[in-house]
Design a protein around this ligand. Sequence first.
Ligand SMILES: Cc1cc2nc3c(=O)[nH]c(=O)nc-3n(C[C@H](O)[C@H](O)[C@H](O)COP(=O)(O)O)c2cc1C
Length: 186
Amino acid sequence: MSDVIHAIQNRISIPRLSAPAPGPDQLQTLFSCAVRAPDHGRMRPWRFVAMQGDALVRLGLAFEQAGLAGDPTADDSKRARWRDMPLRAPMVIAAIARIKPNSKVPDWEQVVAVATAVQNIQLAARELGFGTMWRTGEMTVAPAVLEHLDMAGTDRIVAFLYIGTPEGDARAPEFQPLDECVEYRS
Ligand SMILES: Cc1cc2nc3c(=O)[nH]c(=O)nc-3n(C[C@H](O)[C@H](O)[C@H](O)COP(=O)(O)O)c2cc1C
């Protein structure tokens, strides 16, 4: 079987990730794979913010601010939980869609292009021995987080991609029965 098919069929999300994160050369490889994603109209809608070290602590403070905006009386443990969210991996890559109005390429197609770039990163990371976990949730739309990431009005966070070295044994991938989702017509 080809390496590509094997990599795709065996990709799984890995929530428990520790150091090391990818180094500069490895990140170069990952992002060069990202920008080869299918992209209608060559809009290049992606922007990636790779955060590690203090940048993750600062992202956690933005998460706390975002949480407090919705729940101003949150207790210390809840505040700590928000602050610690980005610390679940040694690196978090925010994958952002910079949506530009275009009569031929609707907004959703630009978001999809960024999503395929995220998948490229996931597969390439696996090949380099790293694990990833694609997360979104309420923090992707919280004004404090958008401001922290210097996002303009129409930008969308497509993923917080957690990346690092897998902890523990990998589980087996699950396969949906194909007759649930595939039709053949001829
Ligand atoms: C757009 C998008 C957003 C996601 N957001 C979350 C999330 O916030 N939390 C989460 O646990 N999984 C999230 N997932 C799903 C996981 O990344 C993962 O794909 C899922 O748990 C299935 O596991 P697998 O990738 O190993 O098959 C998201 C996936 C996508 C495509």
